[in-house]
Design a protein around this ligand. Structure first.
Ligand code: EPZ
Length: 421
């Protein structure tokens, strides 16, 4: 266990290069199990969620090479469908994508229920609904999900999701890729990482269309060949550094981004007074003057992402006037960080799904604890902006999703170091 020591109050200035998207990588790596051969996957972020997932795949019999820190070569030719290690599976949420991969490739699966950030109740009923619609007999206990082919076998089907779910959309896409017939996912999630997964699978020989819309069509193929694919940049990591630049009053060039993926985040920060310049694959963001209050409602893509709720809250805490932040995806997400921010001087009143944030000129360093990945990132931003020293505890949450965060922040002028507890 470790903590960050942050000496705040300094604007961030300079350049930061964004890594591969965590939520794309943790979908694409399990999906690669569908390939009976070799996949070379580039721009993979070196974060603990990815390292755990690779350990799971290796334990399952996948041969893994890492020619450099952001490239993974997976050889599945000897993979026989061994179930994933339960203890490792419980360390992250995305391990549940192995359910779709094993069902899709071998027609059966036995996977422990996932772990991951517990900022809300995170059911998987829509995943199960999808697998059952594809013809699987699904047994779900408190500990695991077990699937075998039903009496009519496995084949494509039409599935209408009751709620827009990234995870269910991903899992059904993976499960359906090698099944006979066509699968149509209605009310599908449209996040960039859904499109990235479809592009990866199509590069390996799948027939997926409509990714990025609310209707995804998968025409099953007999097999996938190997190939090479580069993962998209992480729009949430990019948004996090943008929020840090704004909160500290800095001037930062964010490189290796897809500006279109950032539009909702960029426009909100501009509303608050940030100056934003979009380039082909970079964004410059600076804060020329005081921050203005604003209103944000989180929403599935292309709306303002729930994964940026905590980070924008810190900017609101430093803006003039009263801001309103409404959460529409995970109602209890505020409780992962708001009381910690209040201990730094923030004024936040939570009523139901909405936080009312009355801005203040200054936050003050304190000892705070991360309770999930994005809450931890927000506390780092608050420490960077605050006067004095901030200690952020439980930083293993932060290191699940932010590659080389200390080096990247130090290169922007931050005084931050990691201290073992
Ligand atoms: C993914 O989680 C992301 N994780 C989350 O990012 C992100 O917050 C979330 O999507 C929303 O964008 C990964 O991609 C690994 P959902 P996921 O299924 O798939 C309900 C981060 O910080 N729901 O889209 O679990 C659910 O309760 C993490 O990187 C059901 O009711 O999210 C929620 O209210 C945190 N039944 C809503 O749907 C289901 O079967 C959206 O959840 C599935 C979901």
């Amino acid at each position: 266990m470790g903590r960050y020591e942050i000496k705040g109050g300094k604007p961030l200035n300079g350049t930061v290069t964004i890594s591969g998207a965590k939520n794309a990588a943790v979908a694409i790596l399990p999906a690669a199990l569908l390939v009976n051969g070799c996949c070379r996957i580039e721009n993979v972020p070196d974060i603990s969620d990815v390292r755990i997932l690779l350990a799971i795949l290796e334990d399952m019999g996948v041969k893994i090479q890492r020619p450099d820190e952001s490239t993974v070569i997976l050889d599945n030719s000897g993979f026989t469908g061994k179930s994933p290690n339960e203890e490792l599976v419980r360390k992250l949420r995305a391990s549940y994508y192995l359910m779709g991969a094993l069902l899709g490739r071998f027609g059966k699966a036995f996977v422990a229920l996932p772990g991951g950030c517990n900022f809300a109740s995170r059911p998987i009923d829509q995943h199960i609904k999808g697998f059952a619609a594809l013809g699987a007999d699904v047994v779900e206990t408190e500990d695991y999900v077990s699937m075998t082919p039903g009496p009519n076998g496995l084949r494509g089907n039409r599935i209408s999701l009751d709620v827009v779910s990234v995870g269910a959309t991903v899992n059904i896409m993976i499960a359906a890729t090698l099944l006979p017939g066509q699968t149509v996912i209605e009310n599908a999630a449209k996040e960039p990482h859904i499109v990235d997964l479809a592009n990866f699978l199509n590069t390996m020989g799948a027939h997926i269309s409509g990714a990025g819309t609310d209707t995804v069509k998968i025409r099953g193929v007999d097999a996938l060949r190997g190939g090479t694919y580069a993962i998209i940049p992480d729009q949430i990591e990019a948004g996090t550094y943008m929020a840090a630049a704004v909160a500290t009053g800095g001037n930062v060039l964010i490189k290796n981004v897809i500006p279109k993926h950032m539009e909702c985040i960029t426009s909100k920060l501009a509303e608050m007074g940030a100056e934003v310049i979009n380039y082909d694959d970079a964004i410059r963001i600076k804060r020329p003057g005081p921050l203005r209050h604003t209103t944000v409602k989180t929403h599935p893509y292309p709306g303002f992402p729930t994964d940026m709720q905590a980070q924008i809250c810190v900017c609101m805490a430093l803006a003039s006037g009263v801001s309103r932040l409404t959460e529409s995806v995970y109602e209890t997400r505020f409780f992962g960080y708001c009381s910690e921010l209040e201990s730094m001087g923030a004024d936040i009143q939570i009523t139901g799904k909405t936080a009312i944030i009355t801005g203040t000129d200054t936050l003050y360093g304190a000892t705070v604890s991360a309770h999930d990945l994005r809450a931890g990132a927000a506390l780092v931003i608050a420490g960077l902006a605050a006067e004095g020293t901030t200690w952020v505890k439980n930083i293993h949450y932060v290191e699940r999703g932010y590659e080389r965060i200390i080096e990247k922040l130090a290169a922007l002028g931050a005084t931050i170091r990691r201290v073992e507890d």
